[in-house]
Design a protein around this ligand. Sequence first.
Ligand code: ATP
Ligand code: MG
Length: 232
Amino acid sequence: MEASDRKQAAPGQASRGDLPRLGSDPTRVYRLGIMGGTFDPIHNGHLVAAEQALFDLELDAVVFMPAGSPAFKQNKQVTAAEDRYAMTLLATSDNPHFLASRFEIDREGITYTADTLSGLREIYPSNVEFYFITGADAIAEVVTWHDAERIAKLAHLVGATRPGYDLRAAQRAFAQTDLHFDVTYLEVPALAISSSYLRDRVRAGQSLRYLTPEPVSGYIGKHELYSAGNTL
Ligand code: ATP
Ligand code: MG
């Protein structure tokens, strides 16, 4: 490949592989939503939470990043990164504001959110702000994550909660830390869905219809994920 064949990013415009191109207009602020997770598999809970964050926080795009080797799941069996990425790509392909990214799966070693955010900060100009989206279960734990101080500096946090969800544990966790986190909570209706629940259903021979987009359940059936010889 000739050097001249390589695409050059315009100054101030981020373009690294499959990441959304944001930041080209220096006179405005862009908001990038980042949804990290194992996505084993991705499901409608993740998608509805991201869609709600997109709307409530006026994000320009949400990038879904399957973790390469998730920090929390070192002692657990996790489906191959390529399968988790493929399902994430299928699930996000019909939404013009959603993207799936290989950013974490292409990096070696354990995935830490602080490192991901630092990596993104090097790529994007300063007029692109980061909104890291997590579910209600994860939000209270962010203060305990590896290099939480760096996370607090690099991103706003968005906690997706169910209506009626008790936020006190999360609020206490943030009140008790010296670090300053900017946290926004948003309500996502009716989503008790989890990847574990989907995996259990596959093992029990039950359908995933209406729990994850149809191409994802098709992929799971075709590749016999979660249960050898599943008949989805
Ligand atoms: P598992 O059951 O294997 O733990 P999971 O459904 O929690 O899977 P993850 O990939 O672990 O999925 O989660 C990625 C992110 O999505 C986390 O921040 C998690 O809190 C959030 N999340 C998971 N399920 C939901 C849901 N139903 N609504 C909103 N956010 C969710
Ligand atoms: Mg989880």
